[in-house]
Design a protein around this ligand. Structure first.
Ligand SMILES: [Mn+2]
Length: 285
């Protein structure tokens, strides 16, 4: 686990730099056994909090480089990386680092938004653009890219056309509601196969009722139950790294968002711990 207290890439409400610590605080209520995945994640693998990556809050380009280098160091130890954001800008340097280790990775992107826009005010590195940059850089496996939970107004229909050209499939928030978590997880699992997988979770994929403490909330989102169930349905996937971003505690109430984020990170950690244990049992590194 590593925190990235960086939110200079936000377009609306700031404050996600404090998200990592809010998730840590809310995680105090998590218990060691996860019945939904029949696993004790902290017994199956050594799980450590590696602290925070100190990223320059005044210079986005430098911060992106710092985050990539710090991720290289962590992945170089042989660890899997579970990152607590920070705004969504950080996904780009994290993906760069993961791709150096695994090659282009499949991506499941849970978010209200596409985050494949080109630029904001001419800026290339923002929280609304990381996945376009990642496709351009060839660090994603474009045969297995999906957004989950998208909804809300766009700048134009072209946004969807551009996104499709980049290779993304879309499971909207309404699709999740209509088809249910199990069917959605089945479909995603088939698309991903055994590719190395990165899961990036913008907490605004959840409805503001379940995650008010975030930078760009949109009505009509998934419930935390739906998100957790979809993740549990992906437990057999080869999850090599993940992030949970955009928790902005200044807009939170009663830790609603931080609790949802901590449980989300717990499911992701459980998936990784089970795989680490399975690899160890199989005699793999
Ligand atoms: Mn996002």
């Amino acid at each position: 686990m590593v925190g990235v207290p960086f939110d200079t890439g936000v377009s609306y409400r700031p404050g996600a730099r404090f998200g990592g610590n809010a998730i840590r605080e809310a995680s105090r209520l998590l218990r060691p056994y996860n019945p939904a995945q029949d696993a004790s994640p902290f017994a199956l693998a050594q799980v450590a909090d590696a602290g925070d990556i100190a990223a320059n809050p005044f210079n986005i380009n430098e911060a992106v480089e710092t985050i990539e280098a710090a991720a290289d160091d962590l992945l170089g130890t042989g660890a899997r990386m579970m990152t607590l954001g920070g705004d969504h800008t950080i996904a780009l340097p994290l993906l760069r680092s993961v791709a150096k280790k695994h090659g282009p990775v499949a991506l499941l992107h849970f978010d209200a938004h596409l985050d494949t826009w080109d630029t904001y005010f001419g800026a290339e590195y923002t929280h609304g653009t990381p996945f376009r940059r990642a496709v351009e850089e060839g660090i994603l496996d474009t045969s297995a890219l999906s957004h989950v939970g998208t909804r809300g107004p766009l700048y134009g229909k072209q946004d969807l056309t551009d996104d499709e050209k980049l290779g993304f499939g879309i499971v909207t928030s309404a699709d999740v509601y209509r088809r249910g978590a199990d069917e959605v997880a089945d479909q995603l699992r088939q698309r991903i196969g055994d590719r190395p997988l990165y899961i990036s979770i913008d907490i605004d994929c959840l409805d503001p009722a379940h995650a008010p403490g975030t930078g760009t909330p949109e009505a009509g989102g998934m419930t935390s139950r739906e998100l957790l169930e979809i993740l549990r349905g992906l437990s057999s996937c080869n999850l090599v790294s993940a992030d949970v971003v955009e928790v902005a505690p200044a807009y939170d109430h009663a830790e609603i968002t931080a609790v949802a984020a901590s449980h989300t990170a717990y499911e992701l950690t459980t998936i990784m711990s089970r795989q680490i244990a399975a690899e160890r049992a199989a005699g793999a590194k």
